[in-house]
Write a protein that binds this ligand. Structure first.
Ligand SMILES: Cc1ncc(COP(=O)(O)O)c(C=O)c1O
Length: 377
């Protein structure tokens, strides 16, 4: 049999532009937070249409910083869908707060607001809404739930850089949204993240906390200069982005719309093909508004067998995600989530990335079709 190269599930698209930009950053000899980070933040502000962008070193630290910045303290309860990356949940634990896991909608894998609403108590301080796969949650409903209740909506927009909700970029209208620029996101910095907000007070708190609670030094650092004087004015973390990471992100920015368009095209092609296959359930999505991150389908109880089958065929597939409430470390926060428990046994994510070749797309389609046709017999 002819050897076929394994198709990854995701892969960053990197070229000469990223290499040139990293070289430029290296040549400044200012490797930490500096002018590249400042330029990157300005680009994000313009792209999203938001007043403040605070670049950090991962999407997880963006969420931690956001929760700390809105004043989450030990004992607070934060509602979060269980079916999300663990990076949405550990920041809650890091702050001594309690994750209250809730259900997702089976057809979008976004938060089920009816279920979330039932879990609100006097101690609820925030709801983390995850825009799964780049598809926006119902933000009208989210804002409505938060109004008059002293609850904040924190958007985990790790999957949704470049997505819209009702014609507005995600991150441009809520209180606070967090992005990830990890290696497989639509835009990568190698590792990186960002918090965006329109609220000056929140932005100020985030800037201070991002760099060890130091207040005076930020502007000098942006100019690649170090001032001898600094003051520590609050509790803080070492979460700032480096110039090297920002230099990669800046190069990626010019290609972002191309990345999104290609991934959208693959998603449409997959959807049009898979919708005709018995036993495959597609996620509901809005093609014009979604900048897709991953491609997840539901294939029923043979999911694990499919993973083995695809692996043998040289196709890497994944599960986004194993529910957090069944993870050993989070067991003490576990609760009954029958929908999530059923759905996670059915979901599988297929390869989706910008540099996917036509032959690879066809191989993925055929593999799903062959498996589903065989198991239906
Ligand atoms: C939904 C979600 N939230 C948070 C994160 C954390 O981002 P990072 O990997 O940059 O820490 C991710 C990363 O995959 C994610 O998918």
């Amino acid at each position: 049999m002819r050897y076929k190269k394994t198709i990854p599930m995701a892969r960053p698209s990197l070229g000469r532009e990223e290499i040139k930009n990293v070289e430029k950053a290296l040549k400044t000899h200012w490797l930490g937070m500096g002018s590249f980070v400042y330029d990157f933040e300005k680009k994000i502000q313009k792209y999203i249409g938001v007043k403040y962008a605070i670049a950090v070193n991962t999407g997880t630290t963006a969420i931690h910083l956001a929760l700390a910045g809105i004043g989450i303290v030990p004992g607070d309860e934060i509602i979060v869908p269980s079916l999300t990356f663990v990076g949405s949940v550990q920041p809650i634990i890091n702050l001594g707060a309690k994750p209250v896991f809730c259900e997702v909608e089976p057809d979008t894998l976004n938060i089920d607001f009816d279920d979330a609403e039932k879990r609100i108590t006097k101690r609820t301080r925030a709801i983390i809404v995850v825009h799964y796969g780049g598809t926006a949650c119902n933000m009208d409903r989210a804002m409505h739930m938060a109004e008059n209740r002293k609850i904040r909506i924190v958007e985990d927009a790790a999957h949704a850089f470049g997505s819209y909700y009702k014609g507005r970029k995600i991150g441009s209208f809520g209180d606070i949204a967090c992005f990830s620029f990890d290696p497989i996101k639509n835009l990568t910095c190698g590792e990186g993240g960002c918090v965006v907000t329109n609220k000056a007070r929140i932005a100020e708190a985030l800037r201070r906390k991002r760099l060890l609670g130091i207040s005076k030094d930020t502007w000098m650092r942006y100019k690649n200069k170090r001032s001898w004087f600094y003051e520590v004015v609050t509790e803080g973390y070492r979460y700032h982005m480096s110039n090297i990471s920002a230099s990669i992100g800046l190069a990626q920015f010019d290609k972002l719309e191309g990345f999104i368009e290609k991934k959208k095209r693959i998603v449409r092609e997959y959807d049009n093909f898979f919708k005709k296959i018995r036993g495959v359930a597609l996620l509901r999505r809005n093609y014009s508004e979604t900048a897709p991150f991953n491609y997840t389908i539901r294939i029923g109880r043979n999911r694990n067998k499919f993973i083995d089958y695809a692996t043998k065929k040289g196709i890497t597939v994944g599960i986004n995600y194993i529910p957090n409430h069944i993870q050993p470390f989070f067991r003490k926060f576990s609760t009954k989530l029958p929908v999530t428990e059923r759905i996670w046994g059915e979901i599988v994510s297929l390869p989706l990335y910008y540099d996917m070749k036509e032959s690879e797309i066809q191989r993925v389609k055929k593999t799903v079709k062959d498996f589903m046709t065989d198991t239906a017999k």
